[in-house]
Each structure stands twice: as structure tokens, then as C-alpha cells.
Design a protein around this ligand. Sequence first.
Ligand code: SF4
Length: 383
Amino acid sequence: MELYVHLPFCVKKCRYCDFVSFPGTESRMESYVDALLREAALNRKNCEEAIDTVYWGGGTPSLLPPHLLKKLACGLRSILPIAAVSEWTVEANPGTITPFWLDMALENGVNRLSLGMQAAQDHLLQALGRIHRMEDTLESVRLARKAGFQNLNLDLMFGLPGQSLTDWQHTIQIALLLEPTHISGYGLIPEEGTPLFLDLESGKLALPEVELEREMYDLLLHAMASAGFRQYEISNFALPGFACQHNIGYWIQIPYLGLGLSSASMLSLRRTEDGLYYTRRTNTADLEGYLRSLRDGLLPVASVQNILPGEARFETMMLGLRMNQGIHETDFRRMHHRTLESCFGPRLRMLEGRGLVTFLNGCWRLTREGMDLQNQVLVELMD
Ligand code: SF4
């Protein structure tokens, strides 16, 4: 089982961001940590299995002051079965971490840091509305190394307005010089309603052409391979032994508990002769509503969805095809008590004919073109 904890605090809202995160809510941090611990206690019965990985995402979890970081980590440890966690990631943003915060994180079990570097050009960081500049990334990595963090991810973004291929190449080169164990490279997706989306809509900004964006992705694939990083998912690359186990857990459908604002949980997983059943539960995204529910001793749940075998099979395809290892026929049969052929065979062969998926040694995978056209693949696989 896995544990995700959402920390929704940010210094300022980035111009492309539609995550559940708020600036100017520092005064709510302590109440929020107390609420998270109450939520953990209310979920104790959902965690019969030991938790293998923990991920604190956001928001900007590195904004949590050291004493609250300690309170949250110790509190979770005393409530949930997280004694034998193998990977504990915390997201951090350059410019927000201090030596004391890093020491406190390490002392309390965090062993992986994920740093939002995004780009190496200050003009691009500024256009994205990020609070940091390139020198803050360099300093944050230096501090993390000095504190003793060995497992370090850098998040990078491509397909940005005004970003050239040379900018992107330079960003990758600098990221590699910082010697991370893991790199995530995401194409920008303009989310409706964000300031960046409005600027694109009004013509004030323009995205790179599709061809240039593909070239950027190809550049990333080649640079990662040359540097010894193995691609294990569309956007994720790791040195041997450093793939993110928490994210892999989502893609292979391991149950997870999500705590905090807007977080999702996958619970009550049952394997029957008909296939897989589970429940997806999603928390409210309203900060005051979240705090109020937990003050009243209630779970802050906004929706509960019972996933039936047909939907579970589609989710296996949707999540599994993201991974380079693809979906093995034997794994599919073990999970769903049905053959992959009987569920998706004709549609997979049609996609194979279009060059979007490939079949080798019992495994279906996306081709390079299939990675670009992943949404089309999924539409074809839907019932
Ligand atoms: S730091 Fe991350 S979560 Fe916070 S506003 Fe920026 S993109 Fe959103």
C-alpha cells in the first residue's frame, strides 16, 4: 500500500498552475497538519497492509516549517503502518529550502527529494510565474547534497511559450550536470482558466509548433539515454535502481491512501472470479471545508466511485501503457481473470496496424508515435 499526502501551500500561484494550491494561507498550516493527522486516524482501518512508499506532494511541501514537518512525520508514523517505508519523497521548490529544513526532513525519514527546477532560463521561469531563478536551483541542489540527500529528482518542462530547442537542450545539460538520480520531463499542458491559458487564447503568447515540441521530446529521449538514464514511463527517466516506486505503484494499480485536500484514494481492492473491484474516493478541494470536516470528526470526502471490473481493466490499459515495460498478457490475466486477447485483442491489433502499439514477448507497449498520440490510443481502447 502507498500513502500520498497533499500540502497545498505555495508562495505564489504559478501562471500555468491548476493544482489545488493556495498562496497566502501560511496561517492555516498548523490547523492543516492537525487535520491531516485526524484524517490519518480516521483512515487507520483502511491501512491493514504495511505502507511501502510515502509521497508528500503539493503545493509546495517544502514551505512547511521544520517543526510542522516533524509533527506531521512523527504523527503519521504513530498512526499508520509506515515503519518499513522504502521510499519517502517530498516535493520541494528551489528557493524555499534551508539547511535546517533538509536536516529535519532526513531525520524524519525522508529519503528522496523532488525539486521543481523546470527550466534553466530565468526569462522562461519568469514567464511561468515561478518564484525561483536558476541560481536558486543550483543553491538548493548544493544544500540538498550537503545535507546528505542522494536520491534527487529534477522536474523539467518543455513546450513552453518562447522556449527554443537550444533553451531546452541547455536546460537538460544543466540538469545532468547537477547529477540527479531521476529526471521527469513534462510537456506543458495549458489548463483552462489559468493566466497562461488566457494569454495563449488572446494571442499574447504562443506555444511552440507541434513539430518543435516533438523534437524537444526526442531530444530528451536521446539525452537521457546517452547519460545512462532509463526511460520507464512516458515522462520519467531514472538511473538504474532509482525509478520512483511510488509512481510505479499507481501505474500498476497498488492500493493507496491519499490524505489532504483534493487527494484521491484507491481502497477496498477485491479480486474475484469476475475481476477487480475497488473504490476511488476523492477529498474536497475546499480548504475551509476540509478543516471543518475534520474538526467535526468527519472524513472530508467529496466523491466515492465504485470501480467495476470493466473499468478496472480499462484503467490497467490506460496506466500500464504509460510505462515502457507495457502490459504483459500474464499480468493482465492474473489481475483480471480474463485474457488480454478476449478484452482488447482486436482493438490492440488495429492500433498495431496504425503503428501506435507493438507486441513483443507477450507484452503490449506504445511505440514512439503512440507516445505522442496516447489519447487516441486510449479512445480506441474504451468500450
Ligand atoms: S509551485 Fe507548483 S503547486 Fe505551487 S503554484 Fe507553482 S505549479 Fe502550482
